[in-house]
Design a protein around this ligand. Sequence first.
Ligand SMILES: [Zn+2]
Length: 149
Amino acid sequence: MLLLAKKLEQEIRDHGARDYPHECCGAMLGTDGDAGAREVRALFPLINRRDDSPRNRFSITPEDFRAAERAAAERGLDLLGWYHSHPDHPARPSEFDREHAWPWYSYVIVSVDGGVPKDLTSWQLEDDRTKFQPEVVGPERVAGQGEKD
Ligand SMILES: [Zn+2]
């Protein structure tokens, strides 16, 4: 399960709307709890560097990866995954997404329909990399709840 505060979810939607009709992308930083829930605490927007087809392809360069890891470390957080938008396409991973994804990370996809953000989903690649499994996206943890040791 991916805990994503409404405010951060809105930031992803806004980023998708802003970059429409191109794809937006960014990193999600947070904590990976041992209760099976990871919590996004901050976003790290990236520039979609693919100039051949920025409309339906997103890719993370090694520089992006290092920058995202550095941003996470500076905040004392982990790099939990990545988000990107699907302009005028459903919020489901494409074959291209699968080929370029890594296991363990959460992949959030927001569909942007005619410039308006719609569905937001999250996915995790199976260890054998054959397919994605949907991941539940939940609201943020209520303060004081679930923080016990
Ligand atoms: Zn995609």
